[in-house]
Write a protein that binds this ligand. Structure first.
Ligand code: NAP
Length: 279
């Protein structure tokens, strides 16, 4: 058996076309979605990511503003900028690129972003709302993972989902989303004993350990949906996993393309909420 490939690039392109239409519709009603992207320092990877985010905004018609602070900027300067953006009507989403330089407290910065504009979904209130099933912005990578699973057509109710990784940005939120979709969820981490025994029970296996090649054939139940979040190298040994799985995401071209797409979606949703409030 050879697994069906879940093509993240194709899903992204389909979604971008839908999102462009939504932006046109909102703009016609006088509410062009706006995203502020803030980066501090000169880290090349961070610069690359923010550049990609701004470019994609342009492609779907979202207004974007890029703020580049020097590595010497103080935490207070960043907090002042966030306060300004919180109050700015043309901005519906604020993204502060992480990691921040060591002299800045990430928690304080994230908490300063208003909940209404927390399109990254990292604010502790957003995390709490996700836990209790309240309306909130869902972190982009987990939201993208769920979209990819949805597009396989699998009904998650009653299925066993195993998530390898328990980070606050991927593992925990995706586990919560799988639970909300009525899957039975197991979360594994670096201290988990008998990893293959557990992952082999998974109807859906989400690999988010950041350990290239950690999972192979012996970890996968025949026919399972396998989502490999590992980047830039996959956590799953693709060639052998492909022989066993029912569906599988490649790396690159699986989860990766979804993250920015979901950021744009969250920004559009935020503008839509602002329009409702204005009406
Ligand atoms: P992270 O914060 O380093 O967390 C990794 C998690 O994996 C931890 O919970 C760790 O367990 C667990 N783990 C590590 N080694 C393990 C092992 N041998 N067996 C079982 N669990 C193990 O990483 P992250 O930020 O969640 O990211 C995970 C991966 O996804 C990385 O490759 C990252 O680059 C990628 N990623 C991709 C995207 C994207 O494509 N858009 C977005 C975000 C992240 P402990 O908690 O016990 O340490």
């Amino acid at each position: 058996m050879s697994a069906k490939i879940i093509n993240g690039k194709q899903v992204r392109d389909e979604m971008l076309a839908e999102l462009s239409n939504e932006v046109i519709e909102l703009t016609e009603q006088g509410m062009q979605p706006g995203l502020a992207v803030v980066v501090v320092g000169e880290d090349p990877a961070s610069k690359l990511y923010v550049g990609m985010k701004v470019k994609k905004c342009g492609e779907v018609g979202i207004h974007s503003e890029l703020y580049e602070l020097s590595a010497e900027a103080t935490e207070q300067e960043l907090l002042d900028l966030i306060a300004e953006l919180n109050a700015k009507e043309s901005i519906h989403g604020i993204l502060v690129q992480l990691p921040l330089p060591g002299h800045m407290r990430e928690e304080a910065v994230i908490e300063a972003i208003s909940l209404e504009k927390d399109v990254d979904g990292f604010h502790p209130m957003s995390t709490g709302n996700l836990q209790i099933g309240e309306d909130c912005f869902v972190p982009c990578t987990p939201a993208g993972i769920m979209e990819l699973i949805r597009r396989t057509g699998m009904d998650l109710a009653g299925k066993h989902a195993v998530v390898v990784g328990r980070s606050n940005i991927v593992g925990k939120p995706v586990a919560m989303l799988l639970l909300q979709a009525d899957a039975t969820v197991t979360i594994c981490h670096s201290k988990t004993a008998n990893l293959p025994e557990i992952t082999k029970q998974a109807d859906v296996l989400v690999a988010a350990a950041g350990r290239p090649g950690l999972l192979g054939k012996e970890h996968i139940k025949p026919g399972a949906v396998v989502i490999d979040v590992g980047s830039p190298k996959g956590d799953v040994r693709f060639e052998e996993a492909e022989e066993v799985a029912g569906y599988i995401t490649p790396v690159p071209g699986g989860v990766g393309p979804m993250t920015i797409t979901m950021l744009l979606k969250n920004t559009i949703d935020s503008a839509r909420k602002a329009l409702k409030i204005r009406a």
